[in-house]
Design a protein around this ligand. Sequence first.
Ligand SMILES: [Zn+2]
Ligand SMILES: [Zn+2]
Length: 128
Amino acid sequence: MAKRDELCLNHSDRPATTRCSSCHKPVCDECVVASGGGKFCSQACADRTANFQAHAAGVKGKGGGGKMVKLVVKVVILTVIVLVAYVAYQKFVKGKSNKSIQRGLQRDADKLQDAADDVKKDVKDMAE
Ligand SMILES: [Zn+2]
Ligand SMILES: [Zn+2]
């Protein structure tokens, strides 16, 4: 006498040859429903797995990941610009003491800092 779980779900006198990929019930060759995602006991199980896979793929594909990457790249570029501007500003301050040049550079550095802060805010909004 074979064990109960080795018999087909629908035929109590037939041995099961496979198990449903979704609910793990045993089924025979005649009852098995073959689908892209595997072998199933019924069309319902096949559909459930197909829907789940489609949903998982959709979440992976969308999710605003591309937008996020673009924002991060923007932040990195702006940070580099701000750093370069800051270093240049420091050099000017030490090298020359022309106050109008200093003021102009300070303005530019402030503008760049503001732009960087805006992008950082965008990233924070998206993360929340
Ligand atoms: Zn099933
Ligand atoms: Zn069967």
